[in-house]
Design a protein around this ligand. Structure first.
Ligand code: PRP
Ligand code: MN
Ligand code: MG
Length: 175
């Protein structure tokens, strides 16, 4: 599809909001021995890198890759683990970091799987939320921006694997 990309949320606004969320996370976990920040690959890599560097606490990073099968429109959409965490999270304070929550299937499934491993606590931080798209409820602790149902890219989010490296959130516009 021939298209262009327009700025939806500027680099400055993204960075400002990431800093705010980092300060809130820092406050909530001020007494933690160690906070495990889990990024869901690939979309969360940019947010995780920026967010974790603004959280002034002992932090560990770990990663998971979820693969989704089937049509996103189906409520039976299945989410499987393609790459699991490297370390155990039992007894640890854990925050899952995501770029965007759309239908909610990815985060809902990952959250349920991680809860079964008995972390001390589990929270979720996402840069973007598209509430009108939600098909399954997920408790999200930090949302950077709630956005309408636009086709967005940048700051980790791809369109056919492109644009993840844009420093801002862009909107794909067909030409
Ligand atoms: C995208 C996005 C979220 C998920 C949100 O990932 O990064 O992880 O979809 O959709 P949902 O709420 O409907 O489950 P994608 O599967 O495109 O993989 P990617 O992170 O590698 O781009
Ligand atoms: Mn993703
Ligand atoms: Mg993607």
């Amino acid at each position: 599809m021939k298209h262009s990309v327009e700025v939806l949320i500027s680099e400055q606004d993204v960075q400002q909001r990431v800093s705010e969320m980092a300060k809130e996370i820092e406050l909530k976990y001020k007494d933690t021995e160690c906070l495990v920040m889990i990024g869901l690959l690939r979309g969360s890599c940019i947010l995780l890198a920026d967010l974790s560097r603004k959280v002034n606490l002992p932090v560990q990073l770990d990663f998971m890759t979820a693969s989704s099968y089937g049509n996103k429109m189906e409520s039976s959409r299945e989410v499987k683990i393609k790459k699991d965490l490297d370390d155990e999270i039992r007894g640890k304070d854990v925050v899952i970091v995501e770029d965007i929550i759309d239908t909610g299937f990815t985060l809902n499934k990952i959250r349920e799987m991680l809860l079964m491993r008995d972390p001390a606590s589990l929270t979720i931080c996402t840069l973007l939320d598209k509430p009108v798209r939600r098909q399954v409820e997920v408790p999200v602790d930090w949302v950077g921006f709630s956005i309408p149902d636009e086709f967005v890219v940048g700051y980790g989010i791809d369109y056919a694997q492109k644009y993840r490296n844009l420093p801002f959130i862009g909107k794909v516009v067909p030409e």
